[in-house]
Design a protein. Structure first.
Length: 406
C-alpha cells in the first residue's frame, strides 16, 4: 500500500469556522431547527480517479486541527447582524466544534476514500473545509512553486481579455459571484483573487465564503445544495413528494429570504414539474449546476412565462463549470430576458498556468440509514451506490430508466 508521511506542512490550513460556503450555514440552521436528530453519511469522490491516497496521512493530520475551530466574538456578532440567522441557532453554533472522529480517511491502494457519518446538523459542515484542505495539500506537493503571484497575474490577463470582449456592450445587469472555496489552489490564492476582483472588477457582487465576505466587506451568497433535496428523499414519507417537501421546508425556514432554488438534484424537467405557481412566485429564482446552460435557461424562462410570471422579475444563477468567457456568452444570451448571476468557482480560485484543478466532491449517500441519490442533468455527476433506489427514484419522478453512471 502506498503511504506518504507528514511533511513540513503541519500548520493548520483552515483557521476559522467561517472559511466555508454560505449555503452550509444556511442549510445547517434549517437542519438545526427541523431535522436535529437526523443521521446521514457523506462520501468523498474524485471524479478524475486520481491517486490521492498518498496524501491520506497529511489530510488526516489537517482534519485533527479543525476540532479547535470556533466562532470568535467578532464572527458571532457579524452573523448576528444578518437578517436570516436566528439567535438560538447562532448560540448553538458558538458552542459547536467539528468532531474528527466522524471522518474516516483511508488510503485504499492509492485511492483516497473518505466517509463522514453523524447527525446531519454536524456532518453538514465537513464538506467545504475537507475539500479545501485536500485541494491545498495536493497542490502544495504537486506545484509548490506556484501561488498568489502567478494566480493574480493570470487573473489580470483574463480581466484584460474580458474588457476587450465587452467592448461597448451594456453590462449594467452583469453580476459575478465567487464560488471558489471548495476546490481552490489555496486559501491565500482565493483571498488574493477575490480582493483583486473587488478592487478592479465592478461586476463582483459577492462571495460564497463567509470569512472573505466578513473581512472584505462583501455580500455572502448562497442558499441550498444538493444534500438538502437528497436528504428529503428519506425524510419525506412519500418519495414522489420529496422535492416539494424540500422546497416547502426551505420556505418555512426562510420565507422570502435566500430564495434561489437548486434545480438539478433529480433533473430540471422533474424539478419544474414540482415547481408550480406557489413555489415559482415565492422563490426569487433558480440555480443551474449541470446540463446545457442554454437549454436550462430557456426551460426556466418558458416555465415562468407559462405561469404568467415575468422572467425579468426572477433571477437565474449559473454555476456549472463557468469561466469569464462562458459567463459573458450566457449574459449576452439571457441578460435582457431575466436577472442573471454567474457563480464562478474553480476557474477563479484555481486557475494558474500549468496547474490542474482537482475534480473532487463530497455528497450525501444516506439519510436515516437509507440511500439517497443525486441524478442531475449530467450523467457523469450521478451519485448513488444503490441501483434499486435509483430505479425507484426515477420511477417516482417519471424519468426514463437508464444505465447508472459511476
Amino acid at each position: 500500500m502506498l503511504k506518504r508521511t507528514m511533511t513540513g506542512h503541519a500548520s493548520p490550513i483552515l483557521t476559522t469556522l467561517l472559511d466555508t460556503d454560505a449555503y452550509k450555514l444556511h442549510m445547517q440552521q434549517a437542519v438545526y431547527h427541523r431535522y436535529y436528530d437526523v443521521p446521514v453519511t457523506a462520501e468523498f469522490r474524485c471524479r478524475g480517479d486520481e491517486l490521492l491516497g498518498i496524501y491520506a496521512d497529511e489530510i488526516r493530520a489537517q482534519i485533527e486541527t479543525l476540532q479547535t475551530l470556533a466562532l470568535s466574538d467578532d464572527e458571532y456578532h457579524y452573523l448576528s447582524g444578518l437578517p436570516f440567522f436566528q439567535r438560538d441557532y447562532l448560540d448553538w453554533l458558538r458552542q459547536f466544534r467539528l468532531d474528527p472522529s466522524q471522518v474516516n480517511v483511508r488510503n485504499n491502494n492509492g485511492h483516497l476514500t473518505i466517509q463522514i457519518s453523524g447527525p446531519w446538523r454536524e456532518v453538514i459542515l465537513w464538506e467545504v473545509p475537507l475539500l479545501a484542505l485536500i485541494s491545498e495539500v495536493v497542490h502544495r506537493h504537486r506545484t509548490p512553486q506556484m501561488g498568489v503571484d502567478q494566480a493574480v497575474a493570470h487573473l489580470q490577463h483574463k480581466l484584460t481579455n474580458f474588457r476587450q470582449q465587452v467592448g461597448d456592450w451594456d453590462m449594467s445587469r452583469f453580476q459575478l459571484m465567487d464560488f471558489g472555496t471548495r476546490r481552490r489552489y489555496s486559501k491565500a490564492v482565493q483571498e488574493a483573487i477575490v480582493a483583486t476582483l473587488k478592487a478592479e472588477f465592478p461586476w463582483l457582487v459577492g462571495t460564497s465564503n463567509y470569512d472573505l465576505a466578513r473581512r472584505l466587506q462583501l455580500n455572502p451568497v448562497g442558499t441550498q445544495a444538493h444534500e438538502w433535496f437528497q436528504a428529503h428523499q428519506q425524510i419525506s414519507p412519500v418519495l414522489a413528494n420529496s422535492q416539494r417537501a424540500a422546497l416547502q421546508s426551505w420556505l418555512d425556514e426562510y420565507d422570502d429570504q435566500l430564495g434561489i432554488a437548486l434545480t438539478d438534484c433529480i433533473t430540471m424537467d422533474a424539478f419544474l414539474r414540482d415547481f408550480g405557481p406557489g413555489f415559482a412566485h415565492r422563490y426569487q429564482g433558480l440555480r443551474h449546476d449541470s446540463g446545457d446552460p442554454l437549454e436550462w435557461g430557456e426551460k426556466a424562462i418558458a416555465h415562468y412565462q407559462r405561469l404568467d410570471i415575468d422572467p425579468k422579475s426572477k433571477t437565474l444563477v449559473f454555476s456549472d463549470n463557468l469561466n469569464l468567457d462562458k459567463a459573458l456568452a450566457l449574459y449576452r444570451h439571457f441578460g435582457q430576458r431575466a436577472n442573471v448571476v454567474f457563480g464562478i468557482g474553480t476557474r477563479l480560485s484555481c486557475d494558474i498556468p500549468d496547474v490542474t484543478p482537482l475534480n473532487i466532491v463530497i455528497k450525501l449517500v444516506s439519510c436515516n440509514g437509507k440511500p439517497v441519490a443525486k441524478l442531475s442533468d449530467s450523467p457523469g455527476k450521478t451519485i448513488c451506490q444503490d441501483k434499486a433506489f435509483v430505479r425507484a427514484l426515477r420511477k417516482a419522478f417519471d424519468l426514463p430508466l437508464v444505465k447508472r453512471a459511476s
